[in-house]
Design a binder for this molecule. Structure first.
Ligand code: CS2
Length: 473
């Protein structure tokens, strides 16, 4: 029997409120596992603590599959938290789900409703269509190009936000707050600049109105959430007694730090442990450089030394040592933060990476490197005293981009710039790969010599040998 109602599940697993009594206040773009494990879970706790019309309409931009999983379940799904013990509950904060591909009309109508006061996003770095060098939108990005040509039928993030804000302005409705929850630095301002630039290419008036009136608070989000597997669904079925195709699994740790700028209000997220600050930048830098930077290094080095999951890579002494080295190097690039114990943070990260109950694929983290490396690795370099860990992480990424299979089976490079990167790296020496790739993604010049020498070793010797030597340095 498919999960469709809370009455089907054991009382101990139900949310502490009646979802049907709460209206929708948030439209979320990017209804994936991370949203279900993070923002929707914390909104669920806020609803249980303080109520309010803050349920979420989840939007998938491309895939009908996620809608087919959750919509027939009336938005209900099991959230499984795994560590030594497993905890689970059913989340009630998602009220419905739509796919905007094909017909964006119903999504735009929902975003235009006065009751929609927040539009939040987890669409991954590559979906925005940002040109980070210029702080504008990237008109060559496929969704941006399509939406500039056909703004009344938007497919992409910038097109949807702009079209919905136009509807609100024309109707005299106050704008919603836009809450970016992707792992990008200064994500609110980055998205604001891109939306204003995108809108300005269609209507300078509208761009001016958005710049003047729309709040884009920045946020740092953190919860390690692997893709759901058949085991996730089997465990959810055991726990709830129902078939739950939308179940998700994650770690117990959960952090959300947000700039408190919500002109039309927000859920009582403090009740769920969310931290509100005036400037999120130091938290973002800490998380992007320490957690995500180390994650990317570990994903490339781990994948190429035969480790399918992060937890297995952490059990390899050489990789565990390189993880510790990267934590220290990243930490030394951060400004000190009052009340923040960076040593403890690093220890906790190591424990989280080691979590034996979370099967987080190195290949999943290795995806989209051209979108991730700049804020995770390259942004730290100008503050670093020891460049070696950053050169090592860069070499490991370039090894992945090289497509070399001298010591591993063939794999697919998943990156929005894959075609360009592969063409730049094909049949090249280490220096050729570095120079070719750095014309596509800018890499700090100070890394060049060390990166090329490490990459050279990675291209001719087994990765595991290179790791052991690197860890022993
Ligand atoms: C990971 C992140 O896939 C990746 O690139 O580094 O998704 C990471 O698990 C999250 O940011 C943790 O909050």
């Amino acid at each position: 029997m498919r999960l469709t109602s809370l009455t089907q599940v054991p009382a101990a697993l139900r949310p502490g409120y009646d979802p049907a009594r709460h209206g929708i206040g948030i439209v979320h773009l990017g209804l994936g596992a991370f949203h279900k494990a993070h923002q929707a879970a914390l909104t669920d706790l806020a609803l249980a603590a303080s109520g309010g019309d803050w349920r979420i309409l989840g939007v998938s931009l491309r895939s009908m599959r996620v809608v087919d999983e959750i919509a027939p379940q009336n938005g209900l799904y099991t959230l499984i938290e795994r560590e030594t013990a497993t905890r689970a509950h059913v989340v009630g904060s998602i009220a419905g789900a739509l796919c905007s591909a094909g017909d964006p009309g119903p999504v735009l109508a929902a975003m235009a409703l006065p009751s929609c006061r927040i539009v939040s996003l987890t669409v991954t770095e590559k979906a925005y269509g940002l040109n980070r060098a210029t702080g504008t939108c990237d008109p060559a990005h496929p969704a941006v190009a399509a939406d500039l040509a056909n703004p009344n039928h938007p497919q992409g993030v910038l097109g949807l936000l702009t079209a919905a804000l136009r509807l609100r302005r024309d109707a005299g409705t106050a704008p919603f707050t836009v809450l970016c929850c992707d792992n990008l630095p200064d994500n609110g301002a980055l998205l604001r600049d891109a939306v204003v630039d995108f809108a300005g290419r269609l209507s300078p008036d509208l761009a001016g109105w958005i710049a003047q009136n729309v709040a884009f608070p920045s946020a740092m989000v953190d919860r390690i959430t692997p893709a759901a597997t058949p085991q996730t669904l089997a465990d959810a079925a055991d726990l709830t007694g129902c078939t739950d195709l939308a179940a998700v699994e994650t770690e117990p740790f959960c952090q959300w730090v947000i700039e408190d700028h919500f002109p039309l209000g927000r859920p009582d997220w403090e009740a769920a442990g969310v931290i509100f600050v005036t400037d999120v930048a130091p938290y973002e830098a800490m998380k992007l450089r320490m957690l995500n930077g180390t994650h990317s290094m570990l994903a490339y080095a781990g994948f190429h030394s035969g480790h399918q999951y992060v937890r297995d890579a952490m059990a390899d002494p050489a990789l565990a040592a390189l993880v510790r080295r990267h934590f220290s190097a990243a930490r030394s690039t951060l400004a000190p933060m009052a009340g923040f114990d960076a040593g403890r943070y690093a220890d906790d990260l190591a424990t989280r990476f080691e979590n034996p109950s979370i099967a987080h694929q190195t290949f999943q983290i290795a995806m989209d490197g051209s979108e991730k490396m700049p804020q995770r690795i390259f942004s730290a370099v100008s503050k670093a005293q020891d460049l070696r860990p950053f050169a090592f992480a860069t070499a490991a990424w370039l090894r992945h981009v090289s497509g070399s299979t001298h010591d591993c089976p063939a794999y697919e490079l998943r990156d929005p710039r894959a075609t360009l990167l592969l063409a730049a790296a094909k049949d090249q020496t280490a220096a050729g790969i570095y120079d070719g790739v750095s014309r596509i993604v800018s890499i700090p010049e100070v890394l060049r010599a060390q990166t090329i020498s490490i990459l050279h070793e990675m291209l001719i010797r087994p990765m595991s040998e290179v790791l052991t030597e690197e860890a022993a340095r």
